[in-house]
Design a protein around this ligand. Structure first.
Ligand code: ARG
Length: 464
């Protein structure tokens, strides 16, 4: 069946038909297409555009068509040929109820229909992804709760910088994911607008009730410009961006897991259940899962770019180019869902090596800033304090010691002109745990500040 053909006298060539068809991928939209059609038909009857009897026949027929499509999906085989899912549904409906099926398409075009389907589908997917990201954030909160006082080096330039807590470090990732969540929630606002009624490009002369349809389908509002509506896919591009950002954050997390798992760092050990081996080197325990998560970013970013190039330079309003908006979208969603499924198990298979973390605190002079702050608090300008602390580091290097191993008398002898500055409390302040605990302002790594941070994150993901 074709939804057009009145003005054609010859049949379309087979290879042209098959190139033109989107059925093999837009079949996935059938539940949304049927849902939209049922509401559309109800509205047509409410507005006296079709009769109540026709409405009842069409809806009963659509429910039967849905059963057939469900079965085909279950069998993972589409036994029909059609230009797209919209055509197929009308074709199957015609087989069920005859010519009356043709009334379903009154005051509607496939252009606003496909825009509706994709918005309904995406809204549902966003809700699923949001739940997954919330669960991920919650897992990070749970992991952090056990490590409020586990101290490890924080890094800048991948060089040991200052001590932080593992909880603070884990929640840094959670904060990124929280922003990813918020971006998705914000994107949902622009997805959740009803396009139906825009027609092919210029609405319709039938007295339809767009607002009623929008409400029935759970949309927040109706779109305001029909030309814009049928040609717009920027809401999809925005969604792709949300996934790119999320996957970039995931790749950063994956990269850290890979680094921390290396024998050089040895900050974590992967449980056998989540690690992989080498076919030649018997000693290997590899972080394949983290590497794959890191790599899948390429795919997600590629899909963003694919859509961006499809919509570039398209004239108003609908162009068939827009049919190419689907496969990349489905692929990115499937990829992220797969990651969200495996990541919690993978994270739970990580054992944190607290001893190794503590041990590495004694290398790299992570408390040099504490020393500079200490000197500066005694009244010296920070620049001068920084200079003096640097000298102390030099001294310790020459002595092959860490700053915490120096005695008070060492400091007094390094700085004979500033002897009075160094008091007994200095040595305590230089200890990594003290350094962390003294950073208790908002955003800091101190257990008290992190506990507050945890509350904020939990409140965010446990809302509703
Ligand atoms: N399969 C098409 C798509 O995905 C549906 C809309 C077709 N509209 C048209 N005027 N040919 O975009």
């Amino acid at each position: 069946m074709k939804l057009w053909g009145g003005r054609f006298s010859a049949k379309t060539a087979t290879n042209i038909d098959s190139f033109n068809s989107s059925l093999k991928f837009d079949f996935a939209l059938y539940p949304y297409d049927i849902k939209g059609s049922i509401v559309h038909v109800k509205m047509l009857a409410r507005q006296d555009i079709i009769s109540e009897t026709d409405k009842a026949k069409i809806i009963a027929g659509l429910n039967k068509v849905k059963e057939k499509l469900d079965q085909a999906q279950k069998n993972n085989r589409i036994p029909w040929k059609a230009e797209d899912i919209h055509t197929l549904i009308e074709q199957l409906l015609t087989e069920e109820i005859g010519e009356i099926a043709g009334k379903m398409h009154t005051a509607r075009s496939r252009n606003d229909q496909v825009a509706l389907d994709i918005r309904l589908y995406l809204r549902e997917q966003i809700d699923i992804l949001e739940e997954g990201i919330k669960r991920l954030i919650l897992l990070f909160c749970q992991l952090a709760e056990d490590h409020l006082e586990t101290v490890l080096p924080g890094f800048t330039h991948l060089q040991p910088a200052q001590p932080v807590t593992l909880a603070h470090h884990l929640l840094a990732h959670a904060q990124r994911f929280k922003r990813d969540l918020e971006r998705l929630q914000d994107c949902r606002e622009r997805v959740n607008i009803c396009p139906l009624g825009s027609g092919a490009l210029a609405t319709t002369t039938f007295p339809i009730d767009r607002e009623w349809v929008a409400k029935e389908l759970g949309f927040n509002s109706v779109s305001q410009n029909s030309l814009d509506t049928v040609g717009a896919r920027d809401f999809l591009l925005e969604f792709h961006h949300c996934l790119v950002s999320f996957s970039l954050n995931l790749s950063s997390l994956a990269e850290e897991i890979i680094i921390w798992n290396s024998p050089e760092y040895n900050f974590i050990e992967l449980a056998d259940t989540v690690a992989t081996g080498s076919s030649i080197m018997p000693q290997k325990k590899n972080p394949d899962i983290a590497e794959l998560i890191r790599a899948k970013t390429g795919r997600i970013a590629g899909n963003y770019q694919q859509l961006a190039l499809v919509i570039k330079g398209l004239p108003l309003a609908y162009n068939k180019d827009l049919q190419e908006d689907k496969e990349s979208l489905f692929d990115s969603i499937a990829t992220i869902k797969e990651i969200l499924k495996v990541l919690p198990d993978f994270l739970q298979g990580i054992n944190f090596n607290k001893e190794k973390m503590a041990e590495s605190l004694s290398r790299g002079f992570l408390n040099a800033t504490e020393l500079a702050d200490y000197i500066s608090k005694q009244g010296l300008p920070f620049r001068q304090a920084h200079e003096l602390a640097g000298k102390a580091v030099n001294y310790a290097i020459a002595e092959n010691k860490d700053l915490t191993e120096l005695k008070l008398r060492d400091f007094k002898s390094i700085f004979p002109d500033h002897k009075e500055i160094f008091k007994a409390d200095l040595l305590e302040k230089l200890k990594p745990l003290s350094a962390v605990k003294n950073r208790h302002i908002t955003g800091g790594p101190a257990p008290a500040a992190v506990t507050k941070q945890l509350q904020g994150l939990k409140a965010k993901v446990q809302d509703k």
